[in-house]
Ligand binder design. Structure first.
Ligand SMILES: Cc1cc2nc3c(=O)[nH]c(=O)nc-3n(C[C@H](O)[C@H](O)[C@H](O)COP(=O)(O)O)c2cc1C
Length: 505
């Protein structure tokens, strides 16, 4: 809603328009009541209609909590719902088809919305995907297995090194890194509360001390970006004591060193100045009024050997499982990294591969569009290299990159992933409408903004239930897919369970 539109050469600020409407509505009621009383009784018809509208508007703004847009903008937001409700028809006859919107088409998004609201998840008539262009399909069996043989998911990080503080994951999907900064307080708390209810793990993102993540009691992966917010010295090097203290928090179960991110590989994180509140500037230790740009690499890690020993250092300080997150660029460089790990006999406890199609709070367009290898190319390649070098059993492999539904998640399992990360899947569970304004502090549904007015409609309790419901629906489908593929557990899936026209790298 906080958006400008052109009408007949005039710019209209929709946010102001709705605020003006909300303030003026009660006055209009009084105005027409006065006209009806003083001049002509017929004015009372308008008084009654406007009075009714004012009551409904009050209910939307101050009482109901289910719809963020209505809480933030009142009756005016109904226009959005109205156009959204006739959107499929408009698109079908005039504009885009249901599979054309980007980055997530309407079908993909509505699947997550339905899962998070726990409503009927079945569709009719047939798939709307273009089968001649689809890359992968799962291979089902002639003899599906019964539900009773399906084994619960379990994955223990750190067992390869035999450390004391191993962490066992009980659900295969993790909330991917999104910092407080990229997300507002209420979004972080909704996700964290949902994670606690669903028994899933949540990554803090690179936003420094995870104040709001900790508040809700869920288990966390603390992410250390290249700027090392929360655990750094002034020169961007690691402050061992700060990391030790953080790793000692009972909720922090693992540490992730972010080497690169799919949406902006080879570039450091970016937090636009519009999103730097006083609190964020304190939590990150950065000034207000300037964009915060993280270095493009960890200053300690100027070559492979130094990177490997930095992993070891973080493992020793934290005494926790430690992983690295990266987007694949060059295959030969990744193999060299694995060879270096082998040579030094130092292994991270997991590697996360973030596909080039991954999301971000803010990044230059060319990095989003043109740099990095997509997940379904990178993941089988990484798995193959780990196997060829004989180190696949030394670490866990995680994957991210539009893996928002159970089908794509299973494809990633088949390609070698042990667990899945998704960021935007969980954002949609919170009600993200893909307004594409995460970098402007103007998110109309209060998720990627610090504007209190816009966050007001995001009801933490209700949204945490949506997170729970989304996760439950995914798990339900995981079980059904395992049955259809005749597998007892996710760990049994392999590349042989995947059909592809193209072949894998
Ligand atoms: C709003 C937003 C903020 C993000 N912040 C971070 C971050 O702090 N650190 C990071 O490694 N990745 C960050 N990411 C990337 C995600 O963690 C994830 O790797 C990527 O979006 C792919 O998952 P998805 O396709 O399911 O969203 C962010 C993504 C989004 C959408």
């Amino acid at each position: 809603m906080k958006k400008e539109i052109w009408i007949g050469g005039m710019t209209v600020d929709l946010d102001r328009l709705s605020k003006g409407f909300n303030v003026l509505l009660p006055f209009w009621v009084l105005f027409f009541a006065f006209l009806g009383y003083r001049f002509n009784f017929n004015f009372h018809f308008l008084t009654v209609i406007l009075f009714f509208a004012a009551v409904v508007n009050f209910y939307f703004l101050f009482i109901q909590k289910r719809h963020t847009l209505l809480s933030n903008f009142g009756l005016m937001a109904q226009f959005r719902y109205f156009f959204e409700s006739i959107g499929p028809e408009l698109r079908q006859y005039l504009f885009l088809s249901d599979v054309e919107e980007k980055p997530f088409n309407r079908i993909e998004r509505s699947e997550v919305y339905r899962k998070s609201k726990g409503v009927d998840d079945t569709f009719a008539f047939g798939s709307q995907l273009l089968f001649n262009q689809s890359e992968f399909k799962l291979r089902h069996s002639l003899f599906p297995v019964s539900r009773s043989v399906i084994q619960p998911f379990s994955l223990t990080f750190g067992e390869e090194r035999g450390i004391k503080n191993t962490y066992t994951l009980k659900r295969p999907v993790i909330i991917s890194a999104m910092s407080f900064g990229a997300l507002g307080e209420r979004a972080v708390r909704s996700l964290a509360r949902g994670a606690k209810k669903a028994g899933i793990l949540m990554n803090t993102g690179e936003g420094g001390y995870p104040k709001y993540h900790l508040l809700e009691g869920c288990h966390l992966i603390f992410q250390m970006g290249t700027a090392k917010f929360g655990v750094r010295k002034d020169d961007f090097t690691l402050d061992d004591n700060k990391l030790r203290k953080l790793a000692f928090l009972p909720q922090v179960k693992m540490i992730e060193i972010k080497v690169s991110q799919g949406a902006k590989p080879g570039k450091g994180g970016l937090l636009p100045k519009e999103k730097i509140s006083k609190e964020i500037s304190e939590l990150r230790g950065v000034p207000m009024g300037e964009d915060v740009i993280s270095p493009s690499f960890h200053v300690e890690c100027t070559n492979l050997n130094k990177l490997v020993h930095f992993i070891k250092r973080v493992q020793s300080i934290s005494e926790l499982p430690v992983g690295i997150k990266l987007c694949i660029g060059r295959e030969d460089e990744f193999r060299e990294l694995i060879l270096e790990l082998k040579k030094e006999d130092i292994f991270p406890d997991y590697i996360t591969i973030d596909g080039a199609e991954g999301g971000t709070g803010a990044a230059p367009k060319t990095f989003m569009d043109d740099v990095g290898v997509p997940i379904f190319v990178a993941l089988p390649m990484v798995n193959r290299i780990l196997n060829e070098e004989g180190v696949r059993n030394k670490l866990k492999l995680m994957a991210a990159g539009k893996l928002i539904n159970s089908g794509r998640q299973f494809m990633a399992f088949c390609m070698g992933a042990d667990a899945i990360y998704t960021a935007r899947g969980f954002m949609m569970a919170l009600g993200c409408i893909q307004a594409l304004q995460c970098n402007r502090n103007t998110c109309p549904v209060g998720i990627t903004t610090h504007d209190e007015h816009l966050q007001r409609g995001l009801d933490i309790e209700l949204k945490s239930e949506r997170v729970l419901s989304y996760m439950k629906s995914l798990e339900h489908e995981h079980v059904e897919l395992l049955q259809a593929l005749a597998k007892k557990s996710i760990s049994e899936l392999s590349i042989l369970d995947l059909y592809t026209e193209k072949g894998l790298s």
